[in-house]
Design a binder for this molecule. Structure first.
Ligand SMILES: [Zn+2]
Length: 724
């Protein structure tokens, strides 16, 4: 027997050759925050343990459940998986374990990948059909484990909701994970259509040990289709499953000969210092691993935008040209035409009366004024326009792409029609050409998609996805669109999301530098798959100061602040302090103004110009690069709330402090994070609500930063700078 041991920076790999069986082979992958150990079992692989270096680990006692059968020619055929050592491989950045089944002939690859020296480690499962005929496979989750706990160990469970239509009163959940706890968080592109729907989560969850290190682990899913994460505790067992959503089941997906099923990629990471400690690693990881390198290279990212929706659907050439002049005067980076510019739903050509000289002329005028040009399009929606180039729901070809037959008296809403299923190859090809035409013909620097562009369930039996169960399906109407819910919903979303990703990857490849805004009736597509294919998110569809701050508070736990767009809409601002409060509630991430700026007073105009200037000169670099701390309870609009940016490399930071509507509480102290106790820091109160002063890190961390603002609905920006 020979024993070879390899040590390298990221991996401890022990390969045992000779008489020992492969079931005893273990592998490790490591980043600065995450230590994972794996075992190549003879019939299934296993994640053995996870640890944040130096902290007590988490030991898994179950192997990964691999699909036990497939369906061939209408019959269930059991699968017997066997490790294939010669196909499996590992190095400092990868562990790929390959399992095969002889009959039916299948190959499964269980892969883990280190993408950065820090942060979480990615995991994939792929199943390849090596038969010469079509098979159907049941649901393969991406990751399942069962941590061994101490029976009375106390744990906290964190998860955050999407901002969707409107952030809920809770948003960020921090709950005690006791014996008997059972929770499932779901994500799709359809969250919260109905009042009674459970709130969708950003597909991520975190479990923390409330000891002095506040260490633990988190898992997230890089996919926009129907996914779920389940957490269940029974005494000393904590079972976790992440991947495609199995409900409503049974799930089945078709694999033609040679086709590969790819379970949604997940990432698994360790952390310390609580959810902000996790976030200050995960956010840079998302930027480095999932983000668009060209976007992040742009020093003007995130942009300041002036958006036309302040005037609703009324936008036209005069308004647009006036807004462009005003945008340039205010110092914005981009002019963004929202809904209302087109001939009709599905007919994405400029309305001839509104834009007699077309849209490219508007884009060119924006460019002449030093602005980029962005455009809203709901490009998967069919309407009733019969113009050349329109996606007409009555066209027999288009009718077959839609998720269900619509009644003969159907009419689209002003900017909503009927979703086509992008999982149909012909529909996808049409959409890709249409997106290309929009970007090219209208000289776009940014394309915003909106609406339900990924189909939910689908009624069709001749699409590539599974057919719906005729006895278990529900068809309903919302905002002029018909939706289908059935047992095939997860498979439909699997195909449609993959097509959507491909369209955006291809378009990005042809147009480097083009920006994609992810919007789905507000923040319904806020997930890590979208983060890998777009550049920034509309995080909610409700735009008052409180909703903007709440959606930002929640979402910023897991995604880079620069990617989180707040639209700032008209709100009552009797005083200039209220006006700045309104603007700043949307200035903690990507800042989009959605107001009729020409209706502003001279004082408001001047204040807005100064705020935009401050954003570009001081705030933007912190939003891009600094650590972020949630230094108050979630905003409730009544009490005080605040967020702290701190960039330890530059020794610079800022606190956004907001005084809610309370008349009583005229001052508040916020305990700051990330500072060195013995170091000294200069505090600069931007609005001069207090004299600038120097304080020790210890004072700011324990006594806190005192902010005094007597006026309700007002704000202050306090800049922090390390003093040598
Ligand atoms: Zn379909």
């Amino acid at each position: 027997m020979k024993l070879r041991v390899f040590h390298s920076a990221g991996v401890l790999l022990i390969v045992l050759l000779g008489s020992l069986s492969w079931s005893q082979v273990r592998y490790g992958l490591r980043t600065a925050d995450t230590d994972l150990l794996f075992e190549a079992g003879a019939s299934s692989p296993r994640l053995l343990s996870l640890a944040f270096p130096g902290q007590p680990g988490w030991r898994n006692r179950s192997s990964e459940p691999l699909i036990p059968f497939v369906e061939m020619s209408g019959k269930q055929v059991p699968v017997s998986w066997q490790l294939v050592p010669q196909s499996s491989q590992a190095d400092s950045a990868h562990v790929d374990l390959v399992y095969e089944s002889a009959t039916p002939h299948l190959r499964l690859t269980w892969e883990w990948r280190v993408r950065q020296t820090y942060g979480p480690i990615e995991h994939d499962v792929r199943i390849e059909n090596l038969e010469s005929q079509e098979i159907w496979i049941p649901l393969q989750s991406t990751l399942a484990f069962d941590w061994q706990l101490n029976a009375h160990e106390s744990l906290q469970h964190w998860f955050v909701e999407k901002g969707a239509n409107s952030p809920s009163p809770i948003g960020t959940h921090d709950v005690s994970l006791d014996d008997g706890y059972k929770w499932t968080g779901t994500s799709s592109t359809y969250g919260d259509i109905h009042e009674h729907d459970p709130r969708e989560i950003i597909p991520w969850t975190l479990v923390e040990r409330p000891d002095s290190a506040h260490s633990g682990w988190y898992v997230g899913i890089e996919f926009s289709g129907r996914t779920s994460i389940a957490v269940e505790r029974k005494q000393d067992s904590l079972k976790v499953t992440a991947g495609l959503n199995p409900d409503p089941g049974p799930f089945g997906t078709r694999l033609k000969a040679g086709e590969v099923f790819e379970a949604p990629t997940v990432f698994l990471g360790g952390f310390r210092d609580g959810p902000d400690g996790a976030g200050n690693v995960l956010r840079p990881w998302v930027r480095a691993v999932l983000g668009n390198p060209l976007t992040w290279k742009d020093p003007n990212y995130p942009l300041v935008v002036n958006n036309s929706w302040g005037g609703g659907m009324e936008v036209n050439e005069d308004i647009a040209l006036r807004m462009i002049r005003d945008s340039a005067e205010l110092g914005a980076d981009m002019f963004h035409v929202d809904a209302g510019w087109f001939r009709g739903v599905g007919d994405w050509y400029p309305h001839p009366q509104k834009f007699p000289h077309g849209l490219a002329a508007i884009a060119d005028d924006a460019h002449k004024h030093g602005l980029r040009f962005g455009l809203w399009v709901d490009w998967t929606q069919a309407g009733l326009s019969t113009e050349h180039g329109a996606l007409n729901a009555r066209d027999p070809k288009v009718r077959d792409w839609m998720v269900t037959d619509i009644p003969t008296n159907w009419q689209p809403e002003p900017f909503k029609g009927q979703t086509i299923d992008l999982g149909v190859p012909e529909a996808k090809d049409w959409a890709e050409r249409e997106v290309e035409r929009l970007v090219t013909d209208y000289h776009l620097d940014m394309l915003e998609h909106d609406g339900y562009l990924v189909a939910h369930g689908c009624d069709r039996v001749d699409h590539p996805h599974a057919a719906p169960d005729p006895l278990n399906k529900c068809i309903y109407k919302d905002w002029g669109s018909y939706f289908v819910d059935s047992t095939n919903s997860t498979d439909v979303s699997y195909h449609a999301v993959r097509a959507y990703y491909e369209i955006y990857s291809q378009t990005r490849g042809r147009h480097p530098g083009l920006l994609f805004e992810i919007c789905n009736d507000g923040g319904r597509m806020v997930d890590f798959g979208s983060a890998a294919h777009g550049d920034y998110f509309s995080i909610t569809d409700t735009y008052d100061p409180l909703s903007n701050r709440r959606a930002f508070y929640d979402t910023s736990y897991v995604l880079p602040a620069a990617m989180l767009e707040s639209y700032v809409e008209k709100w009552p601002t009797p005083s200039i302090e209220n006006f700045r409060y309104m603007l700043r509630s949307g200035m903690m991430g990507w800042f989009t103004i959605m107001l009729d700026t020409t209706s502003w007073s001279t004082e408001q105009h001047t204040a807005a110009r100064q705020e935009i200037d401050l954003y570009k000169k001081e705030l933007r670099s912190l939003i891009r690069d600094a650590d972020l701390y949630h230094i108050s309870a979630r905003p409730d609009g009544v009490h005080w709330d605040a967020m702290q940016y701190w960039d330890p490399k530059r020794g610079k930071g800022v606190v956004f402090a907001f005084h809610g509507s309370s008349e009583e509480e005229k001052a508040h102290a916020f305990q700051l994070h990330g500072l060195k106790p013995n170091a000294r820091y200069r505090l600069v109160f931007h609005d001069h609500s207090a004299s600038d002063r120097v304080a020790s890190g210890e004072e700011l961390a324990t006594g806190g930063l005192n902010v005094s603002l007597p006026l309700p609905n007002s704000s202050e920006l306090i800049f922090i700078e390390g003093v040598e």
